[in-house]
Design a protein around this ligand. Structure first.
Ligand SMILES: Cc1ncc(COP(=O)(O)O)c(C=O)c1O
Length: 385
């Protein structure tokens, strides 16, 4: 079959690739597999959410389409959640519920860019963003990774990358894969940079609920809708990754355009996902806060134990569900280093180069995936390898 050559040249999905290395293997009881590949909460949603969904199955409406942008009562509930977490809320016509943050990202890119346009993207970048941009023929312009500042984007560096082809600046906070949280003042500065250059700041805030404080005040600005797009994922917040629940949040005029794409792409977020989302927003603040605290503690434990372990791997940056480390093998790529850890250490993680060019010395560890009790044995796999 004649395929789109643009798609053929894209790297395979990194998690699928790494998992294929161990697909045929069996692991001994004294050295089971440690999976630090994927960023998913290690806990299920709470029983009351599961019961709520079970009850909803008796209603035939549950199995029907909803409006493209999502049910009005669900969007209103999401806005109330924003009011509590961000102290200001978008209005329901400023949000479209999507099939995860992933689809919100596609809506944003399709609505804002044409092929050949440029997107400034901070390295290391979330691999699905890179794959999405390549699929759409949009040109990524990379802001280099600076290990010395833990992967924070630099305003001056990014300012210099803006050209007349730039459509937007894409940032992720907390970052996947470094965990770096961009301070609110910096986000204000990036918004103003976008504003001055008549481009858009697109912020993927998939892990916002895990920061433990108000992520920023951008929604407070009277003019936020002119230059700001917010991408949300409720999969991580409410442990619903498999239900696929996210949102695109921006000006109502952009949402109206996005709905043309939404209709032809997926029609709507599935109703069960919407019902779970509304339930979560309405009832689970305490549960979310407790889990976010637990995850921050897990991060602190992981970091402390990794640093104390005296391993040859350098702990470069970390936060939310992730640690970004440098492997000790100068002659190996990240892919080869990750394969070596899988083969000899029975541990899987992602190679640095999945997060952009030039990142072969690094590996991403997603410890959100493992329980607190598993941390010592996970870290032990980095010894004597
Ligand atoms: C930064 C970032 N954006 C988006 C996503 C995808 O989120 P969703 O499952 O809501 O599509 C992830 C998932 O790991 C992520 O880390």
């Amino acid at each position: 079959m004649q395929l789109n050559s643009q798609i053929k040249q894209i790297q395979p999905p990194p998690i699928t690739e790494v998992k294929s290395w161990i697909a045929e293997r069996r692991f001994p009881l004294d050295k089971p597999l440690v999976d630090l590949c994927q960023a998913v909460p290690s806990y299920p949603p709470p029983p009351e959410l599961i019961e709520h969904l079970q009850n909803s199955l008796a209603d035939p409406l549950t199995f029907k389409y909803s409006p493209d942008e999502g049910l009005p009562e669900v969007r209103a509930e999401v806005c109330r959640w924003y009011q509590r977490y961000y102290q200001t809320a978008p209005s329901p016509d400023q949000l479209c519920l999507t099939i995860g943050a992933s689809q919100a990202f596609w809506l944003a890119m399709i609505c804002l860019c044409r092929p050949e346009d440029e997107v400034i993207i901070q390295l290391p970048a979330y691999f699905d963003h890179l794959m999405g941009l390549e699929s759409l023929g949009i040109k990524p312009v990379y802001a280099p990774f600076d290990a010395a500042n833990g992967g924070q984007p630099n305003l001056e560096t990014i300012g210099k990358l803006i050209s007349n082809k730039t459509r937007l600046i894409l940032l992720v906070t907390p970052s996947n894969p470094t965990g770096a949280v961009i301070p609110p003042k910096q986000l204000d500065a990036f918004f103003e940079l976008a504003q001055e250059n008549n481009i858009t700041l697109v912020l993927d805030e998939t892990y916002n609920a895990f920061i433990g404080e108000q992520p920023h005040q951008l929604f407070n600005r009277a003019d936020w809708t002119d230059n700001f797009v917010h991408i949300a994922s409720f999969g991580k917040t409410f442990a619903l990754t498999g239900l696929r629940s996210g949102a695109l949040i921006t000006g109502a005029d952009v949402i109206a355009q996005a709905l043309k794409v939404q209709d032809s792409m997926v029609v709507c977020q599935s109703r069960p996902a919407q019902l779970a989302l509304a339930f979560g927003c309405k009832n689970l603040d305490g549960w979310v806060t407790a889990n976010a605290k637990k995850m921050r503690q897990r991060h602190d434990d992981f970091k402390e134990q990794f640093l104390a372990a005296g391993v040859a791997f350098e702990f470069v940056a970390s936060g939310s569900f992730f640690a970004w480390i440098k492997h000790p093998w100068r002659d190996l790529t990240g892919r080869q280093a990750a394969k070596k850890l899988a083969d000899s250490g029975n541990l899987i993680c992602l190679p640095g180069e999945a997060f952009g060019p030039g990142l072969e010395p690094y590996l991403r560890l997603a410890f959100g995936n493992i329980q607190k009790e598993q941390i010592p044995q996970a870290i032990a796999r980095f010894r004597n390898i």
